[in-house]
Design a protein around this ligand. Sequence first.
Ligand code: C5P
Length: 222
Amino acid sequence: MLKSLTTVPMTQIITIDGPAASGKGTLARRLADHLNYFYLDTGKFYRLVGLEAQARGITPEDDRDAVVEIAQNLADEFTLDMMDNPKLKSDTAGQMASRVAPHPPLRQAILDLQRTLANTPPQGLSGAVLDGRDCGTVICPDAQHKFFITASTETRSKRRFAELQSMGENTSYEDVFADMTERDDRDANRAEAPMRPAENAIVVDTSMLTANQAFELVVENL
Ligand code: C5P
């Protein structure tokens, strides 16, 4: 007698791309919780590489081979608990991340790892929510649902400034705005995997929305 074929269900993948402080991180985490999917913050890979480059005194623009080597080591030795390092949240880590991120061989070094985590989520979870800049365009172009979460530079700078103030950081709104503009410019204008909505992504501008409204809008569109 023929054995019945067992079909392996395909992992559901939702990509949430967009610029810093657009609200995409909060939204992606909440969505992953809501659906019981794995949450993958892809920016953390670049933050890990950026911080390690800084710790070794490497200027990413001058010594590209060294940052690629850091990324390759990260891909070889990666464990999920690396994502919990509190230093990854700092603005320095974000700036260093966007300075290492434009280099194609570095992106290539971590691409397989990102795809594997998305397609075979830990703990046998049935889906993954990816948060980043190129999740819907490069990492998982075949994702079932794609969103691009954005907001005006002013709105995002105000949010980030309030967040830094609440953390007791001594900074000005003008400095936050300048950093935000610089990072957006680098992320959107690089040749490799620039930040942009995938062709079939739903674009959500959160400038006039609360976090709850943005979440509901995304859930309605799944
Ligand atoms: O999202 P997050 O602020 O953690 O990203 C830090 C930096 O990492 C971004 O400014 C961007 O340069 C880079 N990044 C990327 N591709 C991703 C996620 C982040 O290039 N998928």
